[in-house]
Design a protein around this ligand. Structure first.
Ligand SMILES: [Zn+2]
Length: 321
């Protein structure tokens, strides 16, 4: 039986012979084109000379995403450099059988509503990209459900503690929940169809929050100031929390404030130099915030699935300072 938790196609592990390598390279040179010439995860363009590949998943990757795949563990993804590594011929078979079109159809059957942006030439994947790739392969947030493709001779998790396994001896699948074992998939092991998932990577970091100075209270206005607060949006959470400090957050102290993001919107008030001032307008309260452009961009990207596109605020929104 295959190791529990292993996915994708089987891969040989013999040492590549020189003749095999010569033939593999010839074949690989012709298939890093079309969908395969764009990283399956971050969509950056790749070429034969700099492409990486997951030989059990049959997906072509950029160098940044290949690093994240390596961190998933070889039971989920086995990565090789297309041009620099030696290739066994069955690995090339896997890449031909799958490739990015089929890999995307399976792993993103429920297309993600948000996709982190990647930067060409970056030395490693960004944190949102790492989260995205983990969600995609380890947590299977977007994957097609039900029994896995027939050429994946390995383990597949099902509903209610059941899983599909492969019996090497009889070359057949069987189904088990640890106590019962059957050859036919039981009804209650079948996964329910689910709706397109709402997914985002979350974010955390410092923002400056304006305090005091309620509109029309001129005396209070004198007491307006910007306080640095540590903001946290959990992955897939809908509540933005802020804390007095990052330490308060790490120590799991109560947040200093919370905003429910469903029904909220974000308006940019002003972008001056590198500093962006923006307003988070929720049904029950508003937060006036500011951050350097790079930080602001990360927040806008993390908040977008919840609050929609960030717009310039209507004139009536602005106050006079
Ligand atoms: Zn990539």
């Amino acid at each position: 039986m295959a190791p529990v938790g292993e996915i994708g196609m089987p891969c040989s592990n013999h040492k590549t012979t020189p003749k095999e390598q010569q033939e593999s390279e010839r074949r690989l040179r012709t298939i890093v084109v079309g969908d395969n010439a764009v990283c399956a995860d971050c969509r950056l363009p790749i070429q034969f000379r700099n492409a990486w590949a997951s030989i059990n998943l049959g997906a072509y990757l950029c160098i940044q995403c290949s690093g994240v795949h390596r961190s998933l563990g070889v039971h989920l993804s086995k990565v090789r450099a297309v041009a620099a590594d030696d290739w066994n011929s069955d690995w090339v078979d896997n890449m031909e059988r799958w490739g990015n079109t089929r890999a995307t159809a399976f792993w993103e059957a429920k297309p993600p509503q948000q996709r982190p942006e990647a930067t060409q030439g970056a030395t490693s994947a960004s944190r949102p990209m790492v989260d995205f790739i983990r969600a995609k392969y380890a947590e299977r947030v977007f994957a097609a459900e039900g029994v896995e493709p027939g050429d994946w001779l390995l383990y597949a998790p099902l509903a209610n503690g059941w899983a599909r396994h492969f019996d090497e001896e009889s070359k057949s699948f069987y189904f088990s929940n640890g106590t019962e074992t059957t050859w036919e998939v039981p009804l209650h092991a079948q996964l329910p169809p689910s709706e397109s998932p709402l997914w985002w990577s979350g974010n955390e970091g410092w923002l400056e929050k304006k305090s005091g100075g309620h509109d029309g209270q001129s005396k209070m206005k004198l007491m307006q100031k910007w306080d640095k607060r540590f903001f946290v949006l959990d992955k897939c959470g809908t509540v933005l929390k802020y804390y007095k400090s990052d330490e308060a957050f790490r120590k799991r102290e109560e947040p200093a404030g919370m905003v429910e993001l469903r029904g909220a919107s974000v308006f940019v008030k002003e972008a001056k130099g590198d500093l962006v001032r923006f307003t988070l307008l929720a049904p029950d309260r508003q937060l006036k915030l500011r951050a350097p452009m790079a930080e602001y961009r990360m927040w806008a990207s993390a908040l977008r699935p919840l609050v929609g596109d960030v717009t310039d605020g209507p004139a009536a929104m602005s106050d006079d300072d």
